[in-house]
Design a protein around this ligand. Structure first.
Ligand code: NAD
Length: 324
């Protein structure tokens, strides 16, 4: 089960995905075998159950140092500037997403790591791709800086595999919905904010139009996808840094109605802002046949199950927060 991963470094562990991935990996591989890193946000909660190191991905020497210190053999590289934040500071997004990824790959090459996993995103797609079931193999001409950097990350990952034999893997994730850590400034943040606002204020103004339909995924499917991709046999992989992984696809109104079914006092409206333009450049859904065939990818949560679980868990979390 553990494959060739023994000492795992998770870069960007305090983020939306990292904060959950670390605890899953620690359950599978042991608390001291999974090292998390943070940059501007201090780690808290169960992240502190195992080793944590401060690290800026723009400092290649420091990445090498941490890899050496813990004899790391595998890396999940999650540090990034997401789509909406990236559009307000494209220069920072380029630096962190492109140079950060380059630094991680160079450490992987020089220190001969077994495996590097780097999530990609639906952000790689631009307006030319088919809206429905965007294929794995298609034209990649994104219009956001985030998309430009994620395509570059995929190309770099595939280059390091072909040129140096470095085992780089990645999947194009849709917008991720979760309750543990708030999202870090993406275009699909509305799909998380709506739950918080429905529970806390009973009202939410979506920042996209009601008919905005995007690919989305619940966090338990996301962390499982990352771990299953990392554990797959290399011989089975026909792609490397660029697997489509699909799960849910629903409109902003569908989500609002699903929440109102469970919280009848919930009211909502739609006031699109600049993030609408990014949302409009992405497809509604993805075809993920290669991921299903090559490493058995299969999502588990539908809209109804996700909404039930999200509301239950978020209520628990917010109640607990209030009691403290
Ligand atoms: N969350 C989503 O909806 C989603 C969807 C598709 C793909 N992804 C991808 O998944 C990965 C993780 O995303 P996330 O949602 O956890 O993002 P996030 O914004 O929640 O977390 C990113 C982390 O990167 C860290 N970081 C930023 N700059 C850094 C630097 N210079 N050095 C070190 N760390 C730095 C931040 O402190 C943060 O902890 C990214 O590659 C992202 O593109 C996320």
């Amino acid at each position: 089960m553990a494959g060739q991963m023994k000492k795992i470094l998770v870069i960007g562990a305090t983020g939306q995905i990292g904060s959950e991935l670390v605890s899953h990996l620690r359950e599978d591989y042991g608390e001291n075998s999974v090292i998390g890193t943070y940059n501007n946000t201090d780690p808290s909660g169960d992240l502190l159950d195992g080793p944590m190191e401060k690290l800026d991905v723009l400092n290649a020497g420091r990445i090498g140092e941490v890899v050496d210190k813990y004899e790391v053999d595998s890396v999940f590289h999650l540090a990034a500037i997401l789509s909406a934040k990236g559009e307000s500071n494209p220069q920072l997004a380029f630096k962190v997403n492109v140079m950060g990824t380059f630094n991680v790959l160079e450490v992987g090459r020089k220190q001969q790591l077994n495996r590097i996993v780097i999530p990609s995103s639906i952000g790689v797609f631009g307006p030319e791709v088919p809206r429905e079931k965007a294929p794995n193999e298609t034209v990649l001409r994104p219009t956001s800086m985030y998309g430009v950097t994620k395509v570059t990350g995929e190309l770099l990952g595939n280059y390091y595999f072909n040129k140096y034999g470095l085992d780089v893997r990645g999947a194009r994730f849709p917008g991720i919905i979760s309750y543990k850590t708030l999202p870090g400034g993406g275009t699909t943040d509305y799909a998380v904010e709506a739950f918080y606002k429905a529970i806390e204020d009973r009202h939410y103004s979506f920042f996209v139009r009601e008919d905005t339909r995007l690919p989305l995924m619940y966090m338990p499917d996301c962390t499982r996808a990352l771990i299953e991709l990392a554990q797959a046999d290399l011989e089975d992989l026909n792609y490397h840094a660029d697997y489509n992984v699909s799960s849910l696809s629903f409109s902003a109104r569908d989500l609002a109605e699903a929440i109102r079914k469970r919280i009848p006092e919930f009211s909502f409206d739609f006031q699109p802002d600049e993030r609408q333009e990014i949302a409009d450049s992405w497809p509604n859904s993805m075809d993920d046949t290669p991921a299903r065939k090559d490493w058995g990818w299969q999502p588990r949560f539908g809209l109804e199950e996700m909404t039930d679980d999200m509301i239950d868990k978020l209520k628990e979390k917010l109640d607990e927060h209030e009691r403290k």
